[in-house]
Write a protein that binds this ligand. Sequence first.
Ligand code: MRU
Length: 357
Amino acid sequence: MDFDACDHVRPIRWMGDRLELLDQRKLPFETDHVVCADADAVAEAIAELVVRGAPAIGIAAAWGVVLAAQALTRADPSVDSGDAALARLQPAIAELRKARPTAVNLAWALDRMCGALRATGVDWLPRLASQAEQIVAEDLAGNRAMGLAGAQLIEPGSGVLTHCNTGSLATAGFGTALGVVRAGVAQGRIARVFAGETRPWLQGARLTVWELQQDGIDATLIADSAAAHLMAGGQVQWVIVGADRICANGDVANKIGTHQLAIVARHFGVKFMVVAPSSTVDMATASGADIVIEQRNPAELFGVAGKRHVAHGVRAWNPVFDVALAPLIDAIVTERGVVAQPDASRMAAFFAPKTSA
Ligand code: MRU
């Protein structure tokens, strides 16, 4: 398929000495960029959701390490090995690591950047930058592969419902779940696309339907609370979502509301697909019960676009991820292939580290 024809939005621009991030807090009506000149600015942008989506925050963090490394060479040009640089970069890496807790891609990307530094010589800085470039290139290629693999599972003429934003805005491009939507629409398999609003931050309403509109893909926005009614009416054959962390037993942490979609889908016989790169798989976390669920400011529930609609003095609870349990999932699609009916043994067959004989 012609991937570029249906994939125009890019949230992250590396400019050689700074990182430009499309400010996702302002979409869809303003397309502003936040310029990050150092690693602290990148960490802040991740924490504040200027850039969001599991793969995208990993990519931004990787470039944050490069910015920290450039600052180090300016301050001390005598650093002549990757190991020496790594020791000096630890505070910046630690700041980036704690920017958000749930998406494992953040720690994964930082670990890869650390790995690239180990045992390198005087050329440690260009090698570090090329590691970040590689992470970007692999993410885009992986998304395209997952898009095609996921679309294969969908019967022609199907309707799909997606949640949150898993598109180019959340990745290096093409998207994970939204990549399957792009491929499925291009191949004529998907006839109807529905996107949930994704309260409280409105990733679906503000980002997903806008992103699809940029690429000429017709989509219908629904209130999150309309999902059961939609599925009951038979308009949807697959729910397709991304992931922030996939556990060793196949449990999946994703945007709040994902778990209830999985339960409702099972009730109505609608299939449930999770699409994520293998960088989202965390075999060190046994099950969803072990995942740290990010809690954000309850004020996100009190209003929209700065306009308060909740009485003062009301309490709110704002977990921004939940866990869809493995038995509710029909397929986990990664760039390594499809894990059908995921459980601990099927996950291990795909993702357990290979031991050499
Ligand atoms: O809080 P966000 O917007 O970063 O949450 C994003 C999601 O939950 C996405 O569904 C997930 O990261 C997959 S993005 C390809």
